[in-house]
Write a protein that binds this ligand. Structure first.
Ligand code: C2O
Length: 564
């Protein structure tokens, strides 16, 4: 096993990183498969890797092999990602966080069982948390109460379940064939959706076994429906096991969640229509897997719209009086709030809806499919799971209640029909984003035919460097003519997308990320597809002081399948 891992590591590094010399910046293309090419010249990551060159003669000791090889900075990011149980170490936590270890208890890496699908039974039906029957709510509370009562070192305990998120999100697991960094990460890349699906799968089964109800289903926080856009009542009873004191005291019902929350002091309540448009733009309107899920586990990170949308739910829920926004507002602590799992249940549901109703497709890359994670099951056995076994949720034995999807057609409206004059005003790069900034980006082509658009999506790409231990949000507006740009909301068609980071591992201070936006439909709706330049306005909202835009360009991305 070790030698095959080693060779796949080396081969992957060769095939995934072709020479880049022929690419000019404005013409770079992003390919759907092994989308690493555009990230190859990522200087900061290279420097980080070089800085650790002395650590680089590594045996794959954790997997019991004696082999060692010379470090290759790119090979270190090899796919598939395999979690090595012996590699778990202390997490990288931000200042102010209690320095506690996050690794699972008593790892016996000789005793790992490969996942087998559960017997086929009627599916466990996950329901909106605000629509549970009294019995269902009581079962859920009792299950969490029992989970909290387990001894702390029981891998099924509330504490250990919360630590899973800390370990996978704060650099506890080192990639096989490497020492830190790089580490296994499940945010800002394509592992986000499958990792959290598996996490909830085991969590739900543990809860069901604790109350002896194998059909127990984890509820979901239905924040994409007006009736679910507040913290569900079951979480607000101080005497209940579902209560967590570390939440934003200004965000209790009847305050609606704001899916575009800008952390402004004195904020009141979210806006139903803005929330629905936000979900529309980040789920229904998204076409390519790259855009929806983010990209491969590569030196420069790229998160998808699903993850970006979900990030605001974290920041909005966490306690702003805590320096790190505990519990929900930081990834090391998020799992300590029971609402975290219901938040992710909805994220998981949106993945399913995207595929079932909006023709979304999963990645088919082998590296993706064979990435594996470890979880303890309801019998405290350590189970190795693979991404490929979770892409369809039905063999996992659960489904979601079929509730209305009010955002299905919540297309934002155009603020103005004035067609702006096409002037040339390129950004001065690198651009330090400390105020509202407008500039133009050249479009290599315009007024493309319907057939061309069907074949290739027009993508606006930003190369962003920022401190990932900080909460960050900035918004991207296209052809904004509606007055004060800070007043733009997701209800405006010009509001293209937000970049949102939730504080996580501070180890690699400046994270380089590719931030991409599908723009063909927006340009059509704004009737500006005949323009030579994109008019871009960046609106910093919070945490942006250390954000730098290193590049901005338009590229065309081929789709294996394109929606009508
Ligand atoms: Cu692992 Cu909601 O994040």
């Amino acid at each position: 096993m070790a030698s095959s891992l080693l060779s796949s590591t080396t081969n992957a590094s060769l095939s995934l990183f072709p020479p880049q010399t022929n690419y000019s910046k404005s013409k770079r293309r992003i390919s759907r498969v092994s989308c690493n090419a555009a990230n190859n010249n990522n200087k900061d990551d290279l420097n980080i890797s070089k800085g650790h060159r002395r650590d680089v003669l590594i045996g794959l000791g954790g997997l019991g092999a004696a082999a060692s090889f010379t470090y290759n900075p790119f090979a270190a990011f090899a796919n598939p990602v395999v979690t090595d149980p012996k590699s778990c170490g202390l997490p990288n936590l931000p200042a102010g966080a209690q320095p506690i270890p996050c690794c699972p208890p008593h790892i016996d890496s000789d005793n790992i069982t490969d996942f087998v699908f559960p017997p086929k039974l009627p599916p466990r039906v996950r329901k909106p948390a605000h629509l549970l029957t009294p019995q269902e709510a009581a079962d859920y509370k009792e299950a969490i109460r029992l989970m909290r009562a387990l001894p702390e070192d029981d891998p099924r305990s509330f504490t250990q379940q919360a630590k899973i998120h800390c370990a996978y999100c704060h650099d506890s697991y080192v990639l096989p064939g490497s020492t830190a960094p790089p580490q296994v990460k499940v945010h800002f890349n394509w592992l986000f959706a499958p990792f959290h699906r598996w996490y909830l799968y085991f969590y739900e089964r543990i809860l069901g076994s604790l109350i002896n109800k194998p059909d127990f289903a984890l509820p979901f926080w239905n924040w994409d429906h007006p009736d679910g856009m507040y913290i569900p009542d079951i979480f607000n009873d101080r005497r209940s096991s579902l209560y967590d004191a570390k939440r934003n005291a200004n965000h209790l019902p009847p305050v609606l969640i704001d899916l575009n929350w800008n952390k402004r002091v004195g904020d009141t309540s979210g806006d139903v229509d803005a929330n629905l448009s936000k979900v529309y733009t980040n789920i229904a309107a998204v076409k390519a897997p790259d855009s929806f899920f983010g990209k491969s586990f590569t030196p420069a990170a790229a998160m998808g719209t699903l993850e970006g949308l979900h990030n605001t739910g974290h920041s909005w829920t966490g306690d702003p009086t805590d320096p790190n926004g505990e519990d929900m507002g930081s990834f090391y602590s998020a799992g300590r709030d029971p609402i975290f799992y219901c938040h992710h249940s909805n994220v998981d549901r949106l993945w399913k809806i995207w595929k079932d109703k909006f023709e979304g497709e999963d990645f088919t890359d082998d590296d993706y499919l064979n990435t594996s994670f470890l979880f303890y099951n309801e019998n405290s056995e350590l189970i190795r799971v693979k991404v490929k076994d979770c892409l369809d949720s039905s063999p996992l034995g659960y489904t979601y209640a079929d509730v209305p999807i009010p955002w299905e057609n919540a297309v934002p409206t155009t603020t103005t029909s004035v067609v702006p004059a096409s002037t040339d005003n390129p950004p001065k790069l690198p651009l330090l984003l400390n105020s509202v900034t407008s500039f133009t980006v050249k479009r290599p082509s315009k007024s493309r035919s319907k057939a061309e658009k069907k074949k290739k999506e027009e993508i606006l790409v930003f190369e962003v460097a920022f401190d990932k231990s900080k909460d960050v949000k900035f918004d991207v507006l296209l052809f904004w003519k509606g007055g004060d740009p800070t007043k733009a909301t997701p209800k405006n068609r010009e509001f293209a997308r937000s970049f949102v980071n939730v504080s996580h591992a501070p180890s690699r201070k400046d994270l380089n990320a590719n931030f991409t936006i599908e723009i063909s439909d927006i340009l059509d709706d704004l009737k500006v597809d005949d323009q030579d330049n994109l008019q871009v306005t960046l609106v910093p909202q919070y945490g942006v002081a250390p954000v730098t835009i290193n590049n901005a360009y338009v590229s065309y991305q081929e789709h294996h399948k394109f929606r009508k």
